[in-house]
Design a protein around this ligand. Sequence first.
Ligand code: NAD
Length: 265
Amino acid sequence: MSLPRIHELISLKGKSAIVTGAASGIGRATALRLAEAGASLYLLDIDYDGLSKVRDEALNYDVKTELFKVDLSKKEEIDNLWNLIKGREPSILVNNAGIYIFRDFIDVDEAFLDNIMKVNLYSMFWMCQNMVKSRDKKGGIIVNVSSIESILPFAKDLIHYDISKIGVLALTRALAREYSRMGFRINAVVPGGIETESVKKLKEKTLLRLEISRVATGLQFMSRLPIGRFGHPDEVARVILFLVSELSSYITGAVVVVDGGFTST
Ligand code: NAD
């Protein structure tokens, strides 16, 4: 049997992909790598201006890009999106959008926790459900973005975030168990220490406000980070590209850590 060539395995030509949270950070980097591999894009975010900029950047790759302003905390908006694209549902779904807002455990109220769970976990649940329902016989590929915080809670004031992100892993593995035989591959990536614009802003804010305990956490993080530097969003995007391509055709239900070795120490 002759094996497929590398460029055939990595190519996404003729395929299309949804990327959520594509206006910035890891989502933006992922959208651009998927476009480079030839996928046409359905980009979702609450930030339409940010999406427009990413569409301009994707022009370099000569792929079709459609933008959708969706508030992923609202199931109704998610369902509307899938109705809108009925009959041309993509075979690839990258659930990346997420929010990390620091708040003391004692100060978390119901509205705050609800919102975190809706954006970080329920949105992925509803997106996966729509994907599985609509591509029932055809199968597809899903990558869900979790966080190192889910398996190694490290930063203070992120308990709400941690529980949402461990849910992402449970969702991924349970779905893989139920749907892989039906032609789906469903995996999770677990990033940590990725220097996106949002992370840079958080760092600046922490320093400006002299939030001592958070500065200390940052220093501890760096001191135990084996690779000795923060990651670039593209370094996560490349792993997501691997997981949505045929290079990873035998991988499902996996939890792929992209954290410069942090959780190994
Ligand atoms: P980011 O803030 O740069 O990007 C997140 C995107 O999601 C933004 O464009 C934002 O507008 C969008 N978004 C937020 N709420 C939304 C909503 N309700 N509806 C639609 N879109 C919404 O973040 P990032 O650093 O690129 O992180 C991306 C993912 O990676 C998140 O799930 C995050 O939890 C996870 N993650 C990041 C890191 C890191 O170090 N950066 C580490 C671990 C996990």
